[in-house]
Design a protein around this ligand. Structure first.
Ligand code: SF4
Length: 307
């Protein structure tokens, strides 16, 4: 199988684009997609700091590596990493070690925070306290994990004074999120965005146009240590059910993930609804209503979060 752009051997066949790419052209293709997405989502100015949410997994490792490549020669843009240890025994410690190692190799300052220190409980403790028997959808570990991580990243990013936080959501993550909200009839959640405010640190998703398997391939070709171990809670999530279905659909109809993302982006262009953030009555963090989602969830297991 030859590269569609040169005569070298191809390392990937992109069924959605009809292209076959050799290693050089594939790496270029991923980096081009990241740069294009960055240009679309954020304008960094001289002196800005960009924080990367670094879990130590393949997506965030690739993200940090690519961003260091893009901004490495610019001395006026500083890149830092923020690692969140949710407290998932047997899983997260290995990734935290991996994150520290990569940050050191790339000479990036890493700031490590844990759920235990900030919220008073590890995710494992929260899951035990919440129970999983009833209302699984609302009490699933990923719901707690996602909401609390987002709250923590925003708070830390604000305290560090970063211009934006880059998260490693890839094309699959984004297509899954859009579908999940469609299925739940909660499209309003996707259209809602905070108005520009000092309380919310802007978030960017530079890997949004890169399929998950290509993120993994990029990581391997660049010699990054790519772990494939799955979080023990992943299979309990609603996202996991969507993921299997979407993967099957993508196999039969290449390009489905891009169609979902592009269709949604067209919708958002016209319908985005900005809201003025309020301060949560309990913890003071910014939110759309009176109580933020983190406090709402934590109160279900009798934890009062007061930073
Ligand atoms: Fe958290 Fe769910 Fe991801 Fe595990 S799979 S790290 S619980 S969001």
């Amino acid at each position: 199988m030859q590269c569609s752009k040169c005569r070298r051997d191809a390392v990937v066949q992109q069924r959605y684009s009809g292209l076959r790419l050799c290693e050089t052209h594939f790496l270029e293709d991923v980096e081009r997609k990241v740069k294009r997405r960055l240009r679309k989502e954020i304008k960094l100015r001289s002196g800005n700091t960009l924080a990367v949410a670094l879990s130590g997994g393949k997506d965030s490792s690739v993200l940090l590596y690519v961003l260091c490549g893009i901004f490495g020669r610019r001395r006026d843009i500083n890149i830092v990493a923020i690692t969140v240890d949710e407290g998932i025994a047997g899983y997260r410690p290995k990734y935290v070690r991996q994150a520290k190692k990569l940050a050191a190799e790339l000479s990036v300052d890493l700031f490590l925070f844990s759920f235990k220190a900030v919220f008073g409980a590890t995710l494992d403790e929260i899951v035990r306290a919440a129970g999983l028997d009833d209302e699984l959808r609302d009490k699933a570990p990923c719901t707690f994990c996602g909401v609390l991580r987002k709250t923590l990243l925003n708070r830390v990013g604000r305290e560090l004074g970063v211009a934006a936080i880059a998260t490693a959501h890839n094309l699959d993550d984004e297509a899954q999120t859009i579908l999940m909200n469609y299925i739940r009839g909660d499209i309003a959640r996707l259209l809602r965005a905070p108005a520009r405010s000092e309380k919310f640190v802007p978030r960017v998703k530079p890997l949004r146009d890169v399929p998950e398997e290509e993120v993994a391939l990029y990581g391997m070709l660049r010699g990054l240590k790519v772990e494939f171990e799955e979080c023990p809670y992943k299979r309990l999530s609603f996202r996991f059910k969507i993921l299997s279905w979407l993967n099957d659909f993508e196999r039969r109809h290449p390009g489905t993930r891009y169609s979902i993302l592009r269709g949604f982006e067209r919708l958002v262009q016209d319908e985005r609804r900005h809201f003025e953030p309020k301060s949560c009555e309990r913890c003071g963090e910014p939110c759309a209503g009176n109580i933020c989602q983190a406090c709402r969830l934590l109160s279900k297991i009798n934890i009062n979060y007061a930073p």
